[in-house]
Design a protein around this ligand. Sequence first.
Ligand SMILES: Nc1nc2c(ncn2[C@@H]2O[C@H](COP(=O)(O)OP(=O)(O)OP(=O)(O)O)[C@@H](O)[C@H]2O)c(=O)[nH]1
Ligand SMILES: [Mg+2]
Length: 464
Amino acid sequence: MTPAHTRTEDTIAAIATPPGPGAIGVIKISGREAEGILRRLFRPARPREHFESHRFYYGHIVDPDTGEPVDEVLVVLMRAPRSYTREDVVEIHAHSGYRVLTRILELVFRAGARPAEPGEFTLRAFLNGRLDLAQAEAVQEIISARSDTALRLALRQLSGGLSERIRRIREALLHLLALTEVAVDFPEEDLEIVPPEETRERLRKEVLTPLEELIRASGEGKLFREGIAVVLAGRPNVGKSSLLNALLREERAIVTPIPGTTRDVIEETAQIAGLPVRLIDTAGLRETGDEVEAIGVRKAREKLEAADVVVFLVDGSQAPREEDLRLYQEVRKRPHVVAVNKIDIASPDTLSAWREALPANPVYISALKGTGLSELSRRIFETVIGHGPAEPPEVAPNLRQKAALERAAEATRRALALLEEKEPLPELLAVELREALSALGEITGEVTTEDLLDRIFSTFCIGK
Ligand SMILES: Nc1nc2c(ncn2[C@@H]2O[C@H](COP(=O)(O)OP(=O)(O)OP(=O)(O)O)[C@@H](O)[C@H]2O)c(=O)[nH]1
Ligand SMILES: [Mg+2]
């Protein structure tokens, strides 16, 4: 099939709301036939010749062949260019039932539209210049945001936060490229038009440093967007499930004084300092003859391997045992926080024994009473981010954007290396600056390929 972005002449349509019964379901139509299709299928409650843009009209969708009403609806026509795609857009707000919506959609197709491909509405918004590529990607990120912070980051990207920074870096590069090209064209003048030190200084300050900041922000942004996996591990009965419940503020896992209570992996999502966290409670780690528990222990070890952070829990009311220390050797290979639990019933003796037994600086908590939990949260945050809870980054490039930023940074570093030489060749310098520019162009979409567009928009849902 020809890729969607080469068929922008077509009028496209799709159901824009999630499937399933609900109060309203929306069918979206975009393209030059949109208004014609509306006129063929919609019978307004009061007959009218003209539809004003951006106004709701009440009436019925009617099968033009039989005259039979299909549903009672509200419709709105948004004339180009004041619409999401910058084309004429019609929305039909019908009742959300599977059969109702598919019947209306069939009528819309019969009247001249074709099914929209995933992300095709947003693709058109991009092709028609309403959004740049980074903003188009932000649309998808808004939809899939799983925390308040992720949502805020995506909204900022949609309103052009990232694009603006890229634009500034590109401008600096373009300026330096222009100067370099003068040097290529008038070699007798040499690079002396601009002394290499000054070019170097500007490249570093206006290009490399901002690029490196964005690359770093991308790493943090990913954590805020996708969240982290925190595994609660330790011997049986140390209070892992109690801690899970305390952090969730809900009785999610069964807690009993019997060692070996949890046998399966329990996962729940919470937020720690704005970070979406998957909390994973596991079976207490021990040798066991019980077949079911043994499977649980195996699963717990698998989870340990995949954790972003392990909270290694010990029972502070009992003296350290050799098993604890052995388990700790396992855990310490992973990013971890040690938590000494049950401090509400621990004696000073056992607590100081723990202090000596463990090399790491533990957090003292009581899962039962809820003490020490904010300190524990802070330490979890620190372990993954490398510093304490702070404002998430202003903008957070995604993986695709990060790869392009890294290419641009590499080219900039090569340019800087060239400028270290005694007589830098302007031709070579220009090559690197152009490479950096083209990498940045891929982020906002000045430079695109069919492949790139397909890759980005095929991850969208249909109707967006
Ligand atoms: N006093 C006190 N008791 C606690 C604390 N945390 C847990 N307990 C008790 O310790 C016992 C075991 O708690 P669980 O949360 O089931 O322990 P677990 O680590 O999940 O145990 P397994 O699932 O068997 O591995 C229960 O009786 C809890 O009430 C605490 O901070 N203080
Ligand atoms: Mg448990």
